[in-house]
Design a protein around this ligand. Structure first.
Ligand code: ZN
Length: 185
C-alpha cells in the first residue's frame, strides 16, 4: 500500500506534466491581479500621510581627508602631483596631466576668483545670505579652482581676480558648506 506522501508526490508530478511551469506562473499572476482588483472594488482603503526617517552613513572614500581636515582643523587641503607638481583643489587622487599619484597638501585660505555669478535664489540654508555669489576660487598656492559660495559685502558682483579669503562655520559637520569665501577688503 502506498503512503499518502507518495500519492501526493505522484499527483504533483502529474499536474506539473499536464501544465507547463510558465502557464502556472501566468495563472498565479492573473489570479493575484484579479484578487487585488476585487479587493479594491470591494472597499476603498483609508490612507493617511506619514513619514519615514532613515539614518545612514556614506563614505567620502579617497576624498576623506579633505572633509576631515575641514571639520576638525578648519584647514583646506588639496593634492599635489608627485610627478609634475600640479596642485589640485579640490583634491584628486591622480594627476589628470601626467597620471601620477598625488599627495595631500594644505592650501592657503586666501585665493582669487576665477569666475563667478550672483545668485538671487537659495535653498533654506542660505535664505539669509541672498544675494551671494557662487564662483570658482583658486587658492594662492593651487593650480585649479573649486566652486564655492562667496559672500558679498559692498557690491552685488565679484569680478575675476578679486582676492577672497576662506571662512569657516563654528559648528562644522564635514560637508562642503562648512566653509565659504568672502571678499578680502
Ligand atoms: Zn602630474
Amino acid at each position: 500500500m502506498r503512503s499518502s506522501t507518495e500519492k501526493a508526490k505522484e499527483t504533483a508530478k502529474r499536474e506539473l506534466k499536464a501544465e507547463p511551469l510558465e502557464s502556472v506562473i501566468d495563472k498565479m499572476i492573473t489570479e493575484n491581479y484579479d484578487r487585488s482588483k476585487q479587493s479594491v472594488e470591494r472597499e476603498r482603503f483609508f490612507e493617511i500621510p506619514d513619514k519615514m526617517v532613515m539614518f545612514y552613513k556614506y563614505s567620502y572614500g579617497q576624498q576623506s581627508r579633505f572633509f576631515s581636515e575641514l571639520q576638525k582643523n578648519k584647514a583646506l587641503y588639496g593634492s599635489k602631483c608627485k610627478g609634475c607638481g600640479m596642485v589640485y583643489f579640490p583634491p584628486r587622487s591622480r594627476c589628470s596631466e601626467c597620471y601620477s599619484d598625488t599627495e595631500w597638501v594644505r592650501v592657503k585660505d586666501e585665493g582669487t576668483v576665477v569666475s563667478s555669478t550672483t545668485s538671487w535664489y537659495a535653498t533654506s540654508e542660505f535664505f539669509d545670505k541672498v544675494p551671494y555669489a557662487v564662483g570658482y576660487v583658486k587658492p594662492l598656492d593651487a593650480d585649479t579652482a573649486m566652486l564655492q559660495r562667496i559672500d558679498l559685502k559692498s557690491s552685488e558682483f565679484v569680478e575675476p581676480g578679486t582676492p577672497v579669503i576662506a571662512r569657516f562655520k563654528e559648528k562644522r559637520i564635514g560637508v562642503v558648506s562648512d566653509f565659504w569665501y568672502e571678499v578680502k577688503e
